[in-house]
Design a protein around this ligand. Sequence first.
Ligand SMILES: Nc1ncnc2c1ncn2[C@@H]1O[C@H](COP(=O)(O)OP(=O)(O)OP(=O)(O)O)[C@@H](O)[C@H]1O
Ligand SMILES: [Mg+2]
Length: 454
Amino acid sequence: MAKEKAKSVYVCNECGSRSPRWQGQCPGCEGWNTLVESAADPLARERHRFGGIARGAPAQRLADVPAVESARAPTGIGELDRVLGGGLVAGQVVLIGGDPGVGKSTLLLQALAAMSAKASALYVSGEESAEQVALRARRLALDPAGIQLLAEIQLERILATLAGHRPDIAVVDSIQTLYSEQLTSAPGSVAQVRECVAQLARAAKQSGITLVLVGHVTKEGALAGPRVVEHIVDTVLYFEGDTHQSFRLVRAFKNRFGAVNEIGVFSMTDRGLRGVANPSALFLSEHSEQARGSCIFVAQEGTRPLLVEVQALVDASHAPNPRRLSVGLDPNRLAMLLAVLHRHAGIASYDRDVFVNAVGGVRIGEPAADLAVLLALVSSHLDRPLPPGLAVFGAVGLSGEVRPAPRGQERLREAAKLGFTRAIVPRSNVARQPVEGIEVIGVGRVVEAIARVR
Ligand SMILES: Nc1ncnc2c1ncn2[C@@H]1O[C@H](COP(=O)(O)OP(=O)(O)OP(=O)(O)O)[C@@H](O)[C@H]1O
Ligand SMILES: [Mg+2]
């Protein structure tokens, strides 16, 4: 019994203090509920979770360190390479999160099949049996010849297989199903997820294996498990999209080997995920006449503009606390926009339920969406559609000013290309050279924008 207990210690999430038993309050930083079970490793010094990254070496001048660009191996899936910044690097650890059924396993199996022609590939499935994975490969018409498969959830055995096979690339689907024998807590718990990711990342760094981990997300859309997992890995990708529709987006949240502003766009077909090279019109709904409460926003994702329909519904509320609900848009920004509307345009919504939605399951994080959301709200409030052929972008400040958005010209060109004839944009985004086919209206304050659509 005593022997078993010695296997784990409790480590504070905040200050890193260690304690041999669980305590409500950390003896180091005195924070509450911060102690989490961890493996007590006798060789902790060299087998520390960052051991593979920080090896003992004397300090040297930065100028003397050879700056060698790591070679990138393309995944063979163009849209995924775009998000990764050109491909995967040896020893890179990628974590990809997404809602259940969004297509994580499908995407990674496709990528492995494409890469297995040139590299040795290992797929570790903790969620599905080997037969299920084989069935999927057959359905997607993939060539399974170069892929090694391991259906396993015990970390130590996976590490042994990695050490034995030394694949160039390995996928672990998913980290929430793994467990380490050194810990007593259940798979998916904070302690298990942290330990498993740390050990896998260390193994990948030490042996130069490119490792792709699949992670579950919480109801709020963040990766499930401890935050430290996102710090350990090199790249965090989110796979999003409405599972009722066929479009899927892959977005980089963090990338130590490239930029994070690119998105990859896919459509889910019965033959798996297909890249969509020109996605700008995907997120427009299909009604032919102009709808009330709808406004077209010209988003800019990385180097590509994307037109997204923003819908709003402002309705009389019969509840003491009116509802505010936003799908695909930041609820805090919605609250701010409602306050700006009241203060600077005299449109009150304290007795109204307010719903906003970004069509097509896309998530918009750009502040440049503010003006489009605001005009959609105004349109629904007035029960009057916005003028036909209108596209909008611009951030809104608390004092009712409309702030510029980056890459305005590119957004306008894309809107014109898709047949939009008018655009309401921040005044400073109105360039001297006009964009052919689109009338550009520059506004400095939200009241001016509202006056243009009333
Ligand atoms: N027989 C089929 N024909 C067409 N599409 C299918 C078929 N089976 C599954 N799909 C599609 O694949 C999707 C599931 O993909 P996948 O299993 O890769 O998702 P996942 O993100 O790995 O899910 P989970 O989190 O549950 O592992 C389904 O939502 C569906 O759209
Ligand atoms: Mg899966």
